[in-house]
Design a protein around this ligand. Structure first.
Ligand code: ZN
Length: 237
């Protein structure tokens, strides 16, 4: 194979690695962000449930206290019932007693709901804690790897660029400018192998005459159809 072509293939591989490194400068921070967000979201979920349990406990205490106060009030009223003299007093006290009883039963119902809610929230908390624990462990180790990779990108790019300059310095100026022109115009490979006597980029047949010329290897040929630089491989007979 012609020396320039061999160098161009090397150059192309380096350019592909450089493009991959450039895109990882975008997608690595995205991946890191997503993982961090998932971890903090899970922590927030745990915190919210814990906060919920604290409020439920406070509400439970409040209801229990109120029920106690009402019970004492009820007992006092019942005692007073024995000392009542008039019908008017009797009616007033009866109304008061039934009012207190109502309050007690309302509070007892509310208390039952709070107890049920405590149980449900407690179960949820356990589930979420388990989920978060497992997730955090795997995410944190992934994050360490991703941050390390991100930190090393600039160094990798620099070293590939040095490598690129070194290879490019051995390619003739004319060939180099053809390569750069095709590369800018084409997404993907600018230099392609001939496969089954066709261009490896657009699959258009290469005329036999052209292949004969290429075998001599005295100049560089581009595909008539797509303009990519064609490489004749020895395996292709
Ligand atoms: Zn082509």
């Amino acid at each position: 194979m012609q020396r320039d072509l061999k160098l161009l293939l090397e150059l192309q591989e380096i350019d592909e690695q450089l493009a991959e490194l450039e895109s990882s400068k975008v997608y690595l921070p995205d991946m890191i962000d997503n993982l961090e967000r998932e971890v903090s979201g899970c922590k927030q979920e745990v915190e919210d449930l814990e906060q919920g349990l604290v409020s439920l406990e406070r509400e439970k205490k409040r209801l229990e206290l109120e029920i106690d106060v009402n019970q004492e009030e009820l007992q006092r009223s019942r005692k007073r019932m024995r000392e009542i003299k008039t019908n008017k007093e009797y009616d007033a006290l009866t109304a008061q007693i039934s009012h207190v009883k109502e309050k007690i039963s309302e509070n007892e119902e509310a208390l039952i709901q709070v107890l049920e809610q405590q149980e449900v929230t407690g179960e949820q908390l356990k589930e979420v804690q388990e989920k978060c624990g497992g997730m955090e462990k795997s995410h944190l180790s992934q994050l360490v790897g991703l941050r390390k990779e991100l930190d090393s990108i600039e160094d990798k790019i620099k070293s590939r660029q040095t490598q690129r300059q070194n290879v490019a310095s051995h390619v003739s100026r004319r060939v180099m400018s053809t390569y750069e022109r095709v590369r800018r115009g084409k997404r993907g490979a600018a230099v392609v192998m001939i496969k089954k006597r066709s261009c490896g980029g657009c699959f258009k047949q290469v005329p036999p005459q052209r292949i004969q010329e290429m075998k001599k290897g005295d100049r560089i040929y581009a595909c008539d159809n797509c303009g990519r630089i064609l490489v004749w491989s020895e395996e292709e007979q």
